[in-house]
Design a protein around this ligand. Sequence first.
Ligand SMILES: O=C(O)c1ccccc1N[C@@H]1O[C@H](COP(=O)(O)O)[C@@H](O)[C@H]1O
Length: 205
Amino acid sequence: MIVKVCGLRDPENIRAVDRLAVDLCGFIFYPRSPRCVPDDELHAEAVRSCRKPAAGVFVDASPAEMLRTAERFGLGWLQLHGDESPEACGELRRQGCRIIKAIRVAAAADLAAARAYEDCADYLLFDTRCDGYGGSGWRFDWRVLDAYTGRVPFLLSGGIDAGCADAVRGFAHPRFAGVDLNSGFETAPAVKDAGKLEEFIAKIQ
Ligand SMILES: O=C(O)c1ccccc1N[C@@H]1O[C@H](COP(=O)(O)O)[C@@H](O)[C@H]1O
């Protein structure tokens, strides 16, 4: 199972999470997020030094801005949480980026939005529909994913915390690829509890 830890920011905390059995580290570049990574050399160097593949999270940023940030921070993956079009995803992919497209889910009908990304996303990320664009800390009813019949594998996201290990282990779907962990493992916005993450990861693997 793929484990992605998202919303990292501070250099020491990045290093602590990088040492865990994590497959992908996520960094948020959405200015309105309390987890937004500052665009300075200290943080760019910390993200570039991450040994795990790095994903940048964006909300309706321009392709030029995403590519500039990807280059500066060494991001191989872009995770798109806004209304980015399939065409924009396809273009970013042609530029060499791997794409995770977030789909906001509250009910099975929301899964229809995933269809347009069949040929331009490496993974989908099913996240809880909320007033904002992500990081809500709320879980949606994972049973609605029974209705997902697409080809693109997906990450489960939204409000996953230390109490969810049994639910994750018990979740089954032919396209289920992994989990994205964020606010449920924080002691403060962007500060991840490495011990809690380590314990959780051991339980779900
Ligand atoms: O975490 C944020 O602040 C954020 C802001 C804007 C877009 C995405 C964001 N985070 C992503 O949201 C999901 C769910 O997070 P949570 O577990 O509910 O806290 C996750 O993919 C984060 O990467």
